[in-house]
Design a protein around this ligand. Structure first.
Ligand code: PEP
Length: 251
């Protein structure tokens, strides 16, 4: 049985005051999420502050991105895996569609970061997903396979049980449009099936989150699908009550 995992991607939102309010709300209700794995991913500059506000040990911390170079060096503006670990991160989101679309990150660059995360002891949350145009032109499976294959080729299938995959259809992110539970399940089953061709036991273990306008009112149906193991939550993770309700729906 895979553990369900819900992570909040705060993106470039928040300041000290709003983070204090949000985390105070999470602290107050953290024990209501049961066995669900939970993480929050604040902006890099607020990781340490968020860690200090968290008063519970069942909400982990994650970064939203990371440099490919693992330690230190002349890379202005970058944050390394060693730095994320130093401030208490267990996870790092990699290859979010905003990083791909706005900052031009390629499958190969993302795959290299996945390798750095694993070798540094961080759990990568590897985002994959298709645009509406790609879905409507019948390219869904080839796009997802390409994104997945690049990472598998870089780190090897045996390492993949230590990778969390987030299936995030780009057309459902921040748009209020959610993939139906069946649409999401179909893609999750496809992803697991692709991994199973290479290593069935790894495929069985891999946590595959769904992301794209998950809210308290649609989380239960999505998370009850056999291949959906929780969610990567954007907008709704900025409200403590909504985020906790989504975590509870995974329990
Ligand atoms: C995301 O950006 O990872 C995301 C899923 O956002 P939202 O929940 O706001 O659609």
């Amino acid at each position: 049985m895979r553990q369900l995992f819900v992570a909040g991607n705060w993106k470039m939102h928040g300041d000290k005051a709003s983070i204090k309010t949000l985390v105070t709300g999470l602290n107050a209700k953290a024990d209501s999420v049961g066995d669900v794995l939970v993480a929050v991913c604040p902006p890099a500059v607020y990781l340490d502050y968020t860690k200090n506000c968290l008063m519970v040990d069942n909400i982990a911390l994650g970064g939203q991105n990371m440099a490919v170079e693992p330690m230190q060096g002349a890379y202005t503006g970058e944050t390394s895996a060693a730095m994320l670990k130093d401030v208490g991160c267990q996870y790092v989101i990699l290859g979010h569609s905003e990083r791909r679309a706005i900052y031009g990150e390629t499958d190969q660059e993302i795959a290299a970061k996945v390798k750095t995360a694993l070798t540094s002891g961080l759990t990568p949350i590897l985002c994959v997903g298709e645009t509406l145009e790609e879905r409507e032109s019948g390219q869904l499976e080839s796009v997802i396979s390409q994104q997945l294959d690049a990472a598998v080729a870089e780190v090897g299938i045996d390492q993949f049980s230590n990778v969390v995959i987030a299936y995030e259809p780009v057309w459902a992110i921040g748009t209020g449009k959610t993939a139906s539970a069946q649409q999401a399940q179909d893609v999750h089953a496809f992803i697991r099936g692709q991994l199973a061709k290479l290593n069935p036991s790894v495929a069985e273990k891999v946590i595959i989150q769904y992301g794209g306008s998950v809210k308290p009112n649609n989380a239960s149906e999505l998370f009850s699908q056999p291949d959906i193991d929780g969610g990567l939550i954007g907008g709704a993770s900025l409200n403590a009550d909504d985020f906790i309700a989504i975590c509870q729906a995974a329990g």
